[in-house]
Design a protein around this ligand. Structure first.
Ligand SMILES: [Zn+2]
Length: 212
């Protein structure tokens, strides 16, 4: 599935995490009985469509057709998070000199560099910080700061919850809620659309990285 973008990006290029209309796929959702009870699945599910104990939204990977600027491509967002890749170019966002990951954050989050924070926004490599800030009205409104992050790890998903109606049809019951990876009572009914990670060891980016 293609989920709503958290940032409303309007870059003129083709940002890696932005989906294309042709990548939207039908989701043949169903419930099946697993060891713990009913769980959401696809009628033709493959084992790799679960990760962190939750079913992930399907989407194509053609990167062709109309660009859906205000949406996020589920699998590319997850890949960015897991592999520390830039949301704009899909290449490594880790500074090879320091091993730290470049990240744009709303100033409210970055004010306290001692804390750790959950976020669904993937990193942005140093080369694309300026472009992302210029093109994204949301980021500009939030008075963003450019940080480097020492470490992060997955803690949750943005997801839609599903149930069955009286006729046994699979219906969405909650839309785009944050679910922790330890909320085992919710994960079997969830369809994950974005990975949430907890970032820690924040530091202000060096001056040369703040290219806006
Ligand atoms: Zn980049």
């Amino acid at each position: 599935m293609i989920g709503p973008a958290a940032t409303g990006t309007t870059l003129h290029g083709k940002p890696y995490v932005t989906p294309y209309a042709e990548e939207s796929l039908d989701l043949p959702l169903a419930f099946e009985w697993a060891a713990e009870g009913p769980r959401l699945t696809y009628r033709d599910a493959l084992p790799q469509e679960w990760m962190f104990g939750v079913l992930w939204a399907r989407c194509g990977t053609a990167q062709e057709g109309k660009i859906l600027w205000h949406m996020v491509h589920t699998l590319r967002q997850r890949r960015c998070m897991l592999k520390r890749l830039c949301r704009v170019c899909g290449k490594p966002a880790t500074d090879p000199d320091t091993g730290r990951v470049c990240w744009i954050l709303p100033s409210a989050l970055a004010d306290d560099f001692r804390s750790s924070w959950p976020t669904a926004h993937p990193p942005t490599c140093k080369a694309h910080v300026g472009e992302a800030l210029t093109a994204c009205p949301y980021l500009r409104r939030e008075a963003p700061v450019v940080c480097t992050v020492g470490d992060y790890f997955p803690v949750g998903v943005l997801a839609n919850l599903y149930g069955e109606d009286d006729g046994g049809r699979v219906v969405e019951t909650r839309h785009q809620i944050a679910i922790g990876l330890d909320e085992f009572h919710l994960l079997p009914r969830a369809l994950a659309t974005q990975l949430i990670v907890q970032i820690s060891d924040l530091q202000p980016a060096p001056q040369e990285s703040r290219a806006w």
